[in-house]
Design a protein around this ligand. Structure first.
Ligand code: SAH
Length: 458
């Protein structure tokens, strides 16, 4: 570590910013978040800097003199003139300030990190100048992980710290804060119910115990596999979870986003072997939530598409347990995106059908007469093994043999495969290419194809 990160006290300190352009304004923007006194040195100030001076938040000085730097904690220099930068740096250092000269690392005592600001929580990221682009990418990742309201909750916790110390015995304090940050109060605050959050904390303080834990079940969409195709809400639920029940199609990349100490329960096996019976899953998730735990039922894609969500919703509701659905990117969306194709095309396909090749044992196949209509874009789930039957059904329902077909297996995973065919060659193509589950079969019957047929017939 060539540079050592520290948080500087800024209240009552002076920060001198030398320069009148955008670079100087950028530094001013950072320092504005603090309580430091700001002095801007330069003529012809950029409108933002001029505004700061006009409003009284910063003091403007045309020309620096030794006294300008008196008591300065920090000095940023960005005049755009190398000789002037060096001269000002000498003055600032003589006054004992820590100096940062924009774009001149050899003249810097300190560097400004990328900052994620959830005041009073502040994350600073530095790469010692080796990879600023990476620094910004890391900042983006952290920005997405930390809820915008995190800061105000931490500030609330800070205000209550004294009261907690008085009301809660030292041994129980850790549990109190653990429950506050991992339980209902923080969640309520994040959801915008800030008053409720404060009340929960105050009630707990009055009762001399940790806030109560209420169980909760979230049916969370894990998307097709790639972890950056999860929603931010899904990531948050994974990080709040006490226990996660996950399916065979859920990628390990995704599970890594879960809280380290959450219990993980695998409830599905590869095709052919036995999965857990649904009623056993229903019973277990309800039993866990009934003990006050946060349960995540993680399902591939979107939980409400061929995900047997109904059984789990009903089981939770019957037991009086709060349950929510966190939507995910369903396989059809992911597969279409992976091959760079839209699911619908204006003027060509104005109906989009999601259907399955596999039904409940004993049920008849879906009515394919209804789908084989001009203007229809179809996505078939769980259908690779049933491709021959599907193909025969659609053809006999009147879909043209030349309807374009795309088969996308394991979309958005390292094993992704794609093949193109027509309705006449679909089953044979799957066989030849060795395409296997999980896969989406796209069949398109564009309007123009029906029109061309009609013309030929006439
Ligand atoms: N709830 C899931 C679907 C579960 S049913 C969703 O919304 O995506 C399982 C079927 O989903 C598989 O048989 C396959 O048709 C499809 N599927 C799931 N993941 C897939 C992937 N990564 N690529 C292609 N198809 C996938």
């Amino acid at each position: 570590m060539k540079n050592f990160p520290m948080f500087l006290r800024m209240d009552g300190r002076r920060v001198v910013i030398c320069g009148s352009g955008e670079e100087a304004a950028r530094k001013a923007r950072l320092i504005l978040k603090t309580e430091a006194e700001i002095v801007v040195v330069g003529r012809d100030l950029d409108p933002e800097l001029a505004g700061l001076v006009a409003s009284g938040r910063a003091r403007g000085v045309d020309e620096a003199e030794a006294a300008t730097f008196d008591g300065a904690a920090l000095c940023f220099i960005a005049t755009g003139d190398a000789a002037e930068d060096a001269r000002l740096r000498g003055m600032a250092r003589a006054a004992g300030a820590v100096v940062n000269v924009v774009d001149r690392p050899e003249l810097c005592d300190a560097f400004t990190p990328s900052i994620v600001d959830r005041d009073p929580v502040v994350v600073a990221i530095g790469t010692e100048g080796a990879a600023p682009v990476l620094g910004r990418a890391i900042k983006t990742e952290i920005e997405t992980m930390l809820a915008p309201r995190l800061g105000s909750f931490v500030a609330l916790a800070g205000r209550l710290r004294g009261a907690v110390a008085e009301a809660i015995a030292p041994r129980a304090r850790r549990a109190f804060w653990d429950r506050a940050f991992n339980g209902d109060p923080f969640r309520a605050h994040l959801a915008g119910r800030e008053r409720a959050a404060a009340e929960m904390l105050k009630e707990a303080i009055a009762g001399g115990a940790a806030p109560e834990a209420t169980g909760h079940i979230a049916l969370v969409g894990a998307g097709p596999g790639a972890r950056d195709l999860l929603t931010l809400r899904a990531v948050r639920r994974l990080q709040e979870a006490d226990v996660i029940f996950y399916d065979r199609l859920v990628d390990h990349e995704v599970l890594e986003l879960a809280r380290r100490d959450a219990d993980r329960v695998y409830v599905g096996k590869e095709v052919g072997a036995h999965a857990w019976p649904q009623d056993r899953i229903d019973r277990l998730i309800v039993a866990e939530a009934a003990q006050g735990r946060r349960v995540v039922r993680l399902k591939s894609g979107d939980p409400s598409v061929f995900g047997r969500a109904t059984e789990e919703l009903e089981a939770a509701r019957a037991a009086g347990i709060e349950v929510e659905i966190v939507p995910g990117i369903t396989a059809a969306s992911a597969a279409a995106a992976a091959i760079g194709r839209p699911l619908t095309e204006r003027g060509e396909t104005d109906t989009f059908v999601i259907s399955t090749g596999m039904c409940k044992p004993g049920d008849a196949s879906p009515d394919r007469q209804l789908m084989a209509r001009p203007g229809t874009s179809m996505a078939f789930y769980m259908a690779v093994e049933k491709a021959a039957e599907l193909q025969a059904d659609l053809l006999s329902a009147g879909a043209p043999a030349e309807c374009p077909v795309e088969i996308v297996a394991s979309a958005e995973t390292a094993r992704q495969r794609h093949a193109s065919a027509t309705l006449a060659t679909m089953a044979e193509c799957i066989e030849r290419e060795g395409l296997a589950s999980p896969a989406i079969l796209f069949v398109r019957y564009p309007k123009s194809m029906a029109a061309a047929r009609a013309t030929r017939a006439a």
